[in-house]
Write a protein that binds this ligand. Structure first.
Ligand SMILES: [Fe+2]
Length: 426
């Protein structure tokens, strides 16, 4: 979208906070990280917040920073974690205290537990094109009402503009504020967050991302913001980094190895993994890019009965069968995916809008592991009903808001591990 588009408008008022966004701030869901940017001066780093129907104002103090990227200097980027919130409660919050004050609200999740319904939205590869705006509007108008977005990477595509024009990180932040200020977006990094540009002297990967988007990685024992876990209601969500080292002995590998045993499916029955680059993909685009990570981690996913894996990267939509491919050992030749009821369903939801258009060329004929694929823009909803059932739907931009283009009732892999394939003709 052009720079003068209404969705990029700077909020009125002197040094008004902009690009307001929230994400979960701890492991359990009792903290929220509030982030915003002030462009002209630092301003207050305080967040005022209060419970609905309560006159008791609470305050928390954050920190702000600026960064430079080639000839660009950022505004003051503030991050403030508010803690000890009550579960299942509506809070109002205010930033820009003492200057141009802006007020928003959010709902905290229910206490982690096996039978607390919760609805996640899924968006990937959003970008800031006209299609991106349609996707976000369509999600907002979806009657299934997602309560938290699981975002699978590729935010602004600023790196596709000349010299990684970081003003496009700012425009993206303003564009998505209408959602990110009111419900948490759980961040996964994609390749467009790398911003590795040695030709202009920018050699620190993820510099804009790291300054602008914080994650609660420390509370799950992670050493980097790119991989971490959270519990949210009935779900345990593991976020992985496709563009950080994941081989044996690397920090991510060692963290993930220790992470799986911590998942208590009696408390959080649904085990969801997010990553950017898909392991099972039958489009021509990025074909087999996820293969090296799959080889490293797939046995753990099957052993630990991950329910579903969401990825982006490919600008289309695809849902896999429950399959695994873990028998290969160099000499035995067993290297094809097989049906496996302990394996997750792999969903590619990289069809948010991006900047580069849809991926339309596919591997033909459709491989057996691929259950459904279509190159259309859209978003998805994963609606957990109880410990055994979750309703999943993919919503195409060209359809009405209540229409889903692909659906599946997920049966939990621990509590109801029978075949849940909607296409099963056996
Ligand atoms: Fe990507």
């Amino acid at each position: 979208m052009p720079l003068d588009s209404d969705v990029f408008r700077v909020p009125p008022g002197c040094n008004a906070p902009q690009q307001v966004h929230i994400t979960q701030g701890d492991l359990e869901g009792k903290a929220v990280i509030v982030s915003w940017v002030t462009q002209k001066a630092k301003g207050s780093n305080m967040v005022l917040y209060w419970k609905e129907h309560s006159s008791k104002m609470l305050k928390a103090h954050g920190k702000s920073k600026t960064y430079k990227f080639y000839h660009y200097t950022s505004g003051h980027i503030h991050h403030c974690t508010i803690r000890n919130l009550e579960y299942d409660t509506k809070y109002y919050y205010m930033v820009g205290v003492g200057q141009t004050e802006r007020k928003f609200w959010f709902l905290t999740p229910p206490k982690p537990g096996p039978d607390v319904p919760y609805t996640f939205g899924l968006i990937g590869d959003l970008g800031q094109s006209f299609d991106s705006n349609i996707t976000l509007t369509h999600y907002e108008n979806n009657p299934l009402k997602g309560q938290t977005i699981l975002f699978v990477g590729d935010f602004s595509y600023a790196d596709t503009y000349p010299n990684h024009d970081n003003n496009r990180w700012d425009t993206w932040g303003r564009f998505v504020e209408r959602s990110t200020a009111y419900q948490p977006w759980i961040w996964t990094v994609g390749n467009h967050e790398l911003d590795f540009a040695p030709q202009i002297g920018e050699t620190k990967p993820f510099k804009p991302f790291k300054h602008r988007y914080h994650t609660p990685h420390r509370s799950s024992g992670s050493t980097e913001p790119f991989w971490y876990s959270i519990k949210r209601g009935p779900a345990y969500i593991i976020v992985l980094a496709s563009y950080s080292a994941y081989g044996k002995y690397t920090p991510q590998y060692m963290w993930l190895e220790q992470e799986f045993p911590k998942v208590n499916r009696t408390e959080t029955p649904w085990l969801i993994v997010l990553m950017h680059s898909p392991w099972y993909n039958s489009y021509d685009y990025h074909y087999m890019e996820g293969e090296t990570m799959r080889v490293m981690y797939e046995p753990w996913f099957v052993k630990n009965k991950v329910d579903v894996v969401f990825a982006g990267h490919v600008h289309g939509y695809e849902r896999s069968e429950r399959i695994s491919n873990i028998a290969y050992n160099v000499v035995n030749g067993i290297c094809s995916p097989v049906k496996d009821l302990s394996a997750p369903v792999y969903i590619t939801i990289g069809d948010g809008g991006n900047l580069e258009g849809l991926a339309t060329i596919m591997t033909e004929p459709q491989p057996k592991y691929s259950a459904f694929r279509e190159a259309s823009f859209g978003h998805a909803i994963f609606s957990i009903k109880n410990r055994t059932h979750a309703y999943y739907g993919w919503h195409r931009n060209q359809d009405g808001c209540a229409v889903d283009g692909d659906t599946m009732w997920f049966f939990n892999r621990i509590w109801h591990p029978i075949d849940d394939s909607p296409d099963d003709d056996s």
